[in-house]
Design a protein around this ligand. Structure first.
Ligand SMILES: Cc1ncc(COP(=O)(O)O)c(C=O)c1O
Length: 456
């Protein structure tokens, strides 16, 4: 009998099972169930698809690690959080301040754009808005919107896709990543056929990765280096000296620098974080082998709009545009129109930043009573060491906190890898202070109580 016949049999067998076993003694029902299971198994083994697990044909996919939130889901799997407390999540770095109305309005006013296919390069207007923003924000000489910037559907897809453009898959290339890091860098490296090389962030250097720790025999194989400044999760901002050293290495070894700057507009000091293109300009260098990534998600509280840009080396952007044309990553015309409105306005960005400043200034000292934590340079995370008062791992701290106080934080080791003998996320937690201030304060108060109780 062929598969179709088998299929018919299993349907009838299933029907017989429900009819025959109902109301019959247990032993008989069990026999029917067993027969059914055996029948199903024998049929499944004859169908390569869709019953079989799909076997990925790209073996590189098997190198991808579970995302940190998947690990967190597993950690919390068997835990029932204390129902006395409402749930508060500091886990996911998703902006929660409201989206400004004028951006929503600009999107609504341009829905007619849904009727046309966008070009991958975007309109002149959106590229011009991006270039003018870059010039204002980083005091750059005039950029050429035709060559120096491209709109992207959020910085994440572009951070990933750039690796496909600048890495030679035959070269056994190395991609340098900070550690801890945004997991997309690692996946991008693997799927481009390269291997990541992690550079641990150094608490003694305000968490900046120490690139001088990369062995001399690794540099010649490096084709791409990701840097996140301000960093997720550490909040560290690279200094001009850091950039000078990095550019010197790029000039010597010819690798591309991908500067992820999506947290650049949330900062706590008097001066905005130095940007990659700004540093290149201040050092009298062009943008060769430098691509900067930015995003409206955090700046303008529109993570669902999927809007960002890449800017920098015009030769790389030309190849990137070619790649993106095939990849099919053009930005919706409606989103382009709303993005222009957002990039052209700083008022909402200042107000948003003030909210974060107020929140961080209230929450950080409270948590510092029980955790080793300080106000970061920038970004919306606190990167705290949990073993100030107690000897506990990051995962155990997160699990017990969730169980007893219904507060979710992300174990630091989930956003870092063990590299060069240690995991720079071990004993640390990442807290995203994205919710409104009262909720963040409530979470902090619960954490103080929890930690004190553990330490008692
Ligand atoms: C370090 C870092 N880079 C990039 C992104 C991607 O942001 P988006 O794709 O919304 O621009 C995120 C998002 O959380 C991030 O944390």
């Amino acid at each position: 009998m062929g598969p179709a016949g088998d299929m018919y049999r299993i349907i009838t067998l299933g029907g017989a099972y429900s009819e025959v076993s109902e109301g019959k003694p247990c032993r008989e029902a069990r026999a029917h169930r067993t027969a059914l299971r055996v029948g199903i198994a024998s049929i499944i083994s004859r169908f390569p698809t869709p019953f079989h697990h799909f076997r990925a044909v790209n073996p590189l996919l098997s190198k991808l690690q579970p995302y940190p939130f998947e690990k967190l889901r597993q950690l919390f799997g068997s835990v029932t959080p204390n129902a006395k407390f409402s749930a508060i999540s500091l886990g996911i770095g998703e902006p929660k301040h409201p989206t400004p109305l004028f951006i929503q309005q600009a999107l609504a006013d341009n829905l007619s754009g849904l009727a046309t296919y966008p070009t991958t390069a975007g309109t002149d207007q959106v590229r011009r808005a991006i270039c003018r923003w870059l010039e204002r924000r980083y005091q750059l000489p005039t950029l050429n919107p035709a060559t120096d910037a491209l709109p992207v559907n959020g910085s994440r897809e572009a951070l990933f896709a750039l690796a496909q453009v600048v890495i030679d898959p035959a070269a056994k290339a190395v991609v340098v990543c900070p550690n801890p890091f945004y997991q997309i860098y690692e996946g991008a490296a693997f799927l481009a056929g390269a291997e990541p090389f992690f550079v641990n962030s150094d608490p003694a250097r305000n968490f900046a990765p120490d690139f001088s720790s990369v062995p001399a025999d690794v540099w010649p194989r490096v084709q791409l280096l990701y840097i996140c400044t301000p960093g997720n999760p550490t909040g560290a901002v690279l200094t001009l000296d850091d950039w000078r050293a990095l550019f010197a290495l790029s000039d010597k070894y010819g690798f591309v620098i991908a500067a992820d700057e999506c947290y650049s507009e949330i900062y706590f000091g008097d001066h905005p974080p130095l940007g990659a293109m700004q540093a290149a300009n201040q050092l009298g260098r062009g943008y060769q082998r430098l691509v900067a990534f930015s995003s409206l998600s955090k700046r303008s509280n529109v993570p669902g709009m999927r809007s960002g840009f890449v800017a920098g080396d015009a030769d790389i952007l030309k190849q990137f545009l070619l790649y993106r044309t095939y990849h099919g990553s053009a930005m919706s015309p409606s989103v382009q129109a709303a993005s222009i409105a957002a990039w052209n306005d700083e008022d909402h960005v200042e107000k948003n930043r003030e909210k974060y400043i107020r929140k961080f200034k209230q929450v950080t000292p409270l948590l510092a009573e029980v955790l080793d934590v300080a106000l970061p340079d920038a970004g919306f995370y606190l990167w705290a060491k949990v073993d100030k008062l107690i000897n506990i791992s990051d995962a155990e701290y997160a699990k017990q906190l969730y169980a007893e106080y219904n507060v979710t934080v992300l174990p630091g080791s989930y956003v870092a890898r063990e590299a060069h003998g240690w995991n720079p996320g071990a004993n640390r937690i990442r807290m995203a202070l994205v919710a409104e201030v009262d909720e963040c304060l409530e979470a902090a108060q619960r954490m103080v109580e929890f930690t004190r109780k553990l330490a008692a």
